[in-house]
Design a binder for this molecule. Sequence first.
Ligand SMILES: NC(=O)c1ccc[n+]([C@@H]2O[C@H](COP(=O)([O-])OP(=O)(O)OC[C@H]3O[C@@H](n4cnc5c(N)ncnc54)[C@H](OP(=O)(O)O)[C@@H]3O)[C@@H](O)[C@H]2O)c1
Length: 406
Amino acid sequence: MVNSELSMWCYCIDFTTAKAGNGLYLLNFLTQNSLLNIHHKYMQRCLELAAKGAGNVAPNPLVGGVLVHGDRIIGEGWHQRYGEAHAEVNCINSVSEENKKLITSSTLYVSLEPCAHFGKTPPCADLIIKHKIPRVVIGCRDPFIEVNGKGIEKLQAAGVEVENGILEEECKVLNKRFFTFHTKQRPYIILKWAETADGKIAASQNSSARETLGSGHFKPEVEQRLFISNEYSNRLVHQWRSEEAAILIGTNTARLDNPELTTRLWPGKSPVRLVLDMNLRLPNSLKIFNGEVSTIIFNSVKQEEKENLLYYKLQKDNSVVSQLMNALYQLKIQSVLVEGGTKVLQSFIDEGLWDEARLIKNEDLIINSGLAAPTLSKAEKVSEQKIHSDKIEVYNPKNSRPATNE
Ligand SMILES: NC(=O)c1ccc[n+]([C@@H]2O[C@H](COP(=O)([O-])OP(=O)(O)OC[C@H]3O[C@@H](n4cnc5c(N)ncnc54)[C@H](OP(=O)(O)O)[C@@H]3O)[C@@H](O)[C@H]2O)c1
């Protein structure tokens, strides 16, 4: 406990207990309250540290930890890269030689329950027990089936004092992708599109460019693409891409826009490209087939894998969206940025299978005729931001709560 905070609280307690009839009750209440403030402070630091791993740890969760002795942080760490050391290991290893003797009388704060199983690294619960850390304060329980309470049980069985649920909601929100994946058995779905001031997503509607040659392949020409968002928003979109495991587009978007779907405007890993092409009509000349990034073509014709390209077979007559959710769960893809076009986005909205929608509106651009943007229903706006001519609105499904393991 921070000494100055402690003395301030003692002063308050003396003052209030002297005045109140039920002094003991108040004393208890105030002491607990002050401890909670301290827990919040250190858990907040764990969250800041955990966030540093964003983009590098999936499919693992983001986790941060601090080791506190008295009112002093003697160790800090976070999970930095998938397959490498967990937050607890990095935190304990960061303690200086002269402070090592303090570990056995310190409190470990960690944003997610320590693991209890052998994965790519040994169990963190064992490490805590080995180092004789007497108290562990946890943000939230780990929903992963191999852990889910087993880490807490292991610590308690070894005599470690455990407190769970500090800044629980914040800890779950930080790992919204991980929680959604493990509790709903599907990836976290973010819908994203750019629309004009008059609600259009593309210039032409039912133009010849959208037509096909009967049941054969598409016409080879690519129509002029309408750029709606400005260069700053485009850069932001590339940052969004770097934060997700995969990007999904429909057949028409692949052919008409010929997108690369990479993060070339932002440092960070390009996500896996997911493309719907149920009848395998897309020409191999498109950029999505350039082999530079792992690409999955969802289709109803064949299951086949070559180097960076996977053809994943779905049933033609069943809901493509729910089949996709199952396939992506099997493929361990924890989050998807659905980038359009209207038909794909609308399918997710209509099936109620989305967690977040990000709309970029160019408020200066009116094109009168064009392809209408998707219609978002049962949604509530959670934020709004202006970037020059663009307004970025973020929506969540109405009455949604972060995925939980209870
Ligand atoms: N402004 C933006 O942010 C933005 C972003 C992306 C795209 N766009 C624009 O959007 C336009 C394309 O939109 P769009 O609505 O015409 O096409 P789309 O959604 O890109 O693709 C539609 C096609 O994908 C397949 N598909 C999509 N959803 C499906 C589902 N649920 N089940 C089965 N198949 C499904 C179908 O192909 P089959 O018919 O072969 O089965 C369908 O015809 C392009 O002009 C592009 O420029 C704009």
